[in-house]
Design a protein around this ligand. Structure first.
Ligand code: ZN
Length: 265
């Protein structure tokens, strides 16, 4: 039995896809409910009053009606529109990357106000600052931390010795950096230059304004970017595998339930 319900929420549109003749399905991130998928009816009609408030990356206040299959947006009013994120290709690419990361690392119904705040703060930066690289990868590192995937950058993940800047490697499977002594057995893990070591630690622990004082050469930017990407890819694959595993498990339980006669608790 489904219950009639409606709720008000703030939300940022992460993704949208066309549905039916004039509708769209939106993937939103909200402070309390986390990631939510909703239906925006008639939004592709030129007469739609909601359309401008539900563009990708727009931050809006919404009234949502619960429905059996998919919640429906009843009202939308934009709070911040970040226009340059849709008009400037470079800014758009960074915002898409941030949205993809958030979408990939979160399931539905796990809300965190701090993640929402980070998203809003990042979209604001991406629509205005010059150093888009910094705004993007600051978001990436902070998101990992908030979602419980914080890479260990201060102590060797194998022997727990405090790390010095020289000769470390990054081991995504172990959750962070490995000291030169322990790294000997793994020639395939990427080494981390002392400069990248410093930048990664800044991104993880210092406020954005302090990170903005780092002098970042293109070489360091590429190195840090690749290290973070390797880390993301590993986590994303593990996450996708565990999502598939949970689905299989659920199916198995359902089969068992169907076979077990009611015991009446
Ligand atoms: Zn070690």
């Amino acid at each position: 039995m489904t219950q009639e319900r409606q709720y008000r929420t703030e939300a940022v549109v992460l993704k949208r896809s066309d549905f039916g003749e004039a509708d769209r399905i939106l993937t939103l991130y909200t402070p309390e409910r986390g990631k939510v998928r909703v239906l925006a009816k008639g939004i592709r009609r030129i007469t739609s009053r909601k359309a401008g408030h539900l563009e990708v990356f727009v931050r809006s206040r919404l009234l949502v009606h619960g429905d059996r299959d998919l919640d429906i947006v009843a009202q939308a009013e934009s709070v911040e529109t970040y226009r340059s994120l849709r008009e400037d290709l470079r800014r758009a690419a960074c915002a898409y990357f941030a949205a993809e990361l958030l979408d990939g690392f979160t399931g539905e119904e796990e809300g965190q106000a701090a993640v929402y705040d980070l998203l809003v703060e990042t979209l604001r930066r991406l629509s205005a600052v010059r150093d888009l690289w910094l705004a993007t990868h600051y978001f990436e590192m902070r998101l990992l931390g908030l979602l419980g995937y914080r890479p260990e950058l201060f102590f060797c993940v194998r022997c727990r010795a405090p790390l010095k800047p020289e000769g470390n490697v990054l081991d995504p499977a172990a959750g962070g950096l490995v000291c030169p002594r322990c790294a000997g057995d793994d020639p395939n893990l990427p080494t981390v230059s002392p400069q990248a070591f410093e930048v990664l630690r800044f991104l993880q622990t210092r406020p954005y304004e302090v990170c903005a004082t780092l002098s970042l050469t293109n070489r360091i930017r590429r190195e840090v970017e690749n290290l973070l990407e390797g880390y993301d890819v590993y986590l994303m694959e593990r996450r996708l595998k565990s999502a598939a595993f949970l689905r299989d498990l659920r199916r198995h339980w359902q089969t068992l339930d169907a076979q077990t006669p009611e015991s009446g608790t």
